[in-house]
Design a protein around this ligand. Structure first.
Ligand code: ES4
Ligand code: ZN
Length: 336
C-alpha cells in the first residue's frame, strides 16, 4: 500500500532492540542442533520451531516472555552464532528502511553461562561492521544490565576489564537496564550509573513498562538517564509528563511489545496521541522482534492503523529519533 511505502521510506532509527530478542525459532533450532544444546524436554513448546512460535503468541507478562528469552539464548555459543543472530536482524532492519540502529545486548546472561564477553562482542561487532559496509546502516552497541540480579553483580560485570576496555575504546556507547521491572526499582543501580556518567558513557534504562511512573522519575533523578525505554506509564503522572516534555528526553516506545506482553490491551491503548499532544519526544521500536511477531515497520504500520497520524507527525517522530540518537552530529545531519 502507499502508506506502507511511505512508512518504509521514512529515515527510521531504532533505539530499542535486544539482539537476543531477534533470535527466531528457526535460528534457535538450527543453532541448538549445530551446538548440540538440549532444549527443555518438559515443555511441549520446544517440540518444534512452529510450536515455539505459537507459544510466543500467548505470553501473559514480561516475566513469562523472559523465561523463553533466557532459554532461547542458551543456543548461542560461538562468535559466529552471535554474528548470525545480529546479521539476521540487520537484514530485516534494512528491508524495513532503518538508517541507524542502537542495539542492546545482555553481557551477564552470556557470562553466567560461561561464554566470554569477548566471544559475544566479537560476533556482534562483526555483524555491525558488515551492516555498515553492505547495508549502509550505522550502529551503536549498548550493554544492558539485568536488574533481577543483585546490583553488586551488575557493578562487577560493568567493572570487568574486557567490558571496561570496550567502553574506553568506544566500541560500546552506553549502558541500559532491562529484565524484570517489578520489585527491582532504578535506585538500586545508582552507583553503577554514577560511574558510567563519570566515564562519559551514555545512559538509558527500561522504566514505566510494567512498573509505575515513580520508576521513571527515580530513573531520571537517581540514574541520570538520557533516554527512557518504554515509559508508557508516564501518562499516569501529568506533572512528570510535563517535565519530561520540557527537558526533551526521548522515550523509546515499543507498541507491539506492549500488547504482546499485556502492558496494554491493544495498540490503540499505547499513549501515542497523548505523547504527541503533550510534546513528548519518542521513537517507535521493535524490542524483541522474533518474540513479538513483528519488526520495526510492523510497529509503524500498526501505530498508523490505530492513530492515523498525519504525514507531518510521522516526519516529526523520525526527526526526534534522529536527534535523540547517540551517533555523531555528522551522521545526524546526513539523516536529516
Ligand atoms: C525486554 Cl520487553 C523487555 N523488557 C525488559 N527486559 C527485556 N529484555 C529483553 N526484552
Ligand atoms: Zn526492551
Amino acid at each position: 500500500s502507499p502508506l506502507h511505502d511511505f512508512l518504509q521510506r521514512l529515515p527510521k532509527c531504532e533505539h530499542h532492540l535486544h539482539l537476543e530478542g531477534a533470535l527466531s525459532p528457526t535460528l534457535l533450532f538450527d543453532l541448538a542442533k549445530r551446538n548440540r544444546i538440549t532444549l527443555p524436554t518438559d515443555d511441549e513448546a520446544f517440540g518444534s520451531p512452529d510450536k515455539l512460535h505459537t507459544r510466543y503468541g500467548r505470553f501473559t507478562s514480561l516475566n513469562d516472555f523472559l523465561h523463553y528469552y533466557y532459554i532461547g539464548m542458551s543456543v548461542l555459543i560461538h562468535s559466529h552464532d552471535f554474528e548470525s543472530l545480529a546479521w539476521d536482524y540487520f537484514q530485516h532492519a534494512a528491508v524495513d528502511g532503518v538508517h541507524h540502529a542502537e542495539v542492546f545486548f545482555d553481557p551477564q546472561a552470556h557470562i553466567a553461562r560461561g561464554i566470554p564477553y569477548t566471544t559475544v562482542l566479537d560476533g556482534f561487532q562483526a555483524a555491525c561492521q558488515r551492516a555498515e559496509r553492505e547495508l549502509g546502516i550505522t550502529t551503536e552497541l549498548i550493554t544492558c544490565f539485568l536488574r533481577h540480579l543483585p546490583a553488586a553483580d551488575c557493578l562487577a560485570t560493568f567493572e570487568l576489564e574486557h567490558v571496561q576496555d570496550s567502553y574506553q575504546s568506544g566500541v560500546i556507547t552506553g549502558i541500559g537496564l532491562d529484565s524484570s521491572e517489578l520489585g527491582f526499582p532504578p535506585q538500586l543501580f545508582e552507583e553503577m550509573y554514577g560511574k558510567a556518567s563519570e566515564q562519559g558513557l551514555r545512559r538509558t534504562a527500561h522504566a514505566g513498562e510494567e512498573g509505575p511512573a515513580s520508576f521513571i522519575s527515580s530513573a531520571l533523578d537517581t540514574l541520570g538517564i538520557e533516554r527512557i525505554d518504554h515509559g508508557i506509564r508516564l501518562v499516569e503522572d501529568a506533572e512528570l509528563m510535563a517535565k519530561v516534555a520540557a527537558q526533551g528526553t526521548l522515550l523509546t516506545v515499543c507498541p507491539l511489545s506492549n500488547v504482546v506482553l499485556r502492558c496494554v490491551p491493544e495498540i490503540k491503548d499505547v499513549p501515542i496521541r497523548k505523547f504527541l499532544d503533550a510534546g513528548i519526544k519518542f521513537s517507535i521500536n521493535s524490542d524483541d522482534p522474533a518474540y513479538f511477531g513483528g519488526y520495526i515497520l510492523d510497529n509503524y504500520c500498526r501505530v498508523h492503523e490505530a492513530f492515523e497520524l498525519h504525514v507531518n507527525e510521522w516526519e516529526g517522530i523520525c526527526r526526534a529519533g534522529i536527534e535523540g540518537s547517540w551517533c555523531g552530529q555528522e551522521r545526524k545531519t546526513q539523516m536529516l
